[in-house]
Design a protein around this ligand. Sequence first.
Ligand code: PGA
Length: 252
Amino acid sequence: MRRPLVAGNWKMNKTVEQASLLMQEMLPGLKAVSGVERVVCPPFTSLPAFSLLLADSGVGLGAQNMHWEASGAFTGELAPQMVKEFCTYVIIGHSERRAYFAETDETVNKKVKAALALGLTPIVCVGETLGEYEAGQTSAVVNRQIGEGFKGIEAAVAPQIVVAYEPIWAIGTGKAATSDGANAVLRDTIRPAMSQLWGGAVAQAIRILYGGSVNAANASEYFHQSDIDGALVGGASLKAPDFTKIVESARP
Ligand code: PGA
């Protein structure tokens, strides 16, 4: 039985003061939900304040990115250990990082390995562009992202990985994938690709989220599907009542 997980990706939104106010507004509702792992990923600057705010709350804290090296001359980057000081989760390979910051399957692979080595839970994003979707290449693209992104990772540590399937055409567009369509990608492409790497039992144990225009009204449709174990939520995670409702609807 895979435990549901809902993570909010706040992206590049909110100063520390604004973020703390929003978190305080959300916290009572999020605390009250049981049976769902819930995580917020604010900008880096808010992580120290949030690690205090969320201590003993049952709400997890995640970063939106990190470097793979332990230290060194990488201006503007954060090392895994710096993320680990505050967080237990880290989003890796979000499509916006791949599109605007030149991240590749190879850098994703290095980052996932670095996260696992420190005991961080990586939330690893995969998904196809609109052009790839229209050309019927979803399976090929996602297969490659899984195969390359997870190359060389041992089966023993793989269950700690969380995958987020986020078709790029559905992110921030209001055009969510249908729940059947998303579930088919998880069931027929992502789990089989992971099964190739680590065997069927491990592939069945790994949680896969859907992301892309998830909101308070459509979330439960996804959570009723066989292979969707939660959601990675962007826009709707910046509204306290909406995000709380999404988390509540993931309750088993
Ligand atoms: P969205 O973003 O919910 O605003 O579509 C999802 C994401 O980018 O993780």
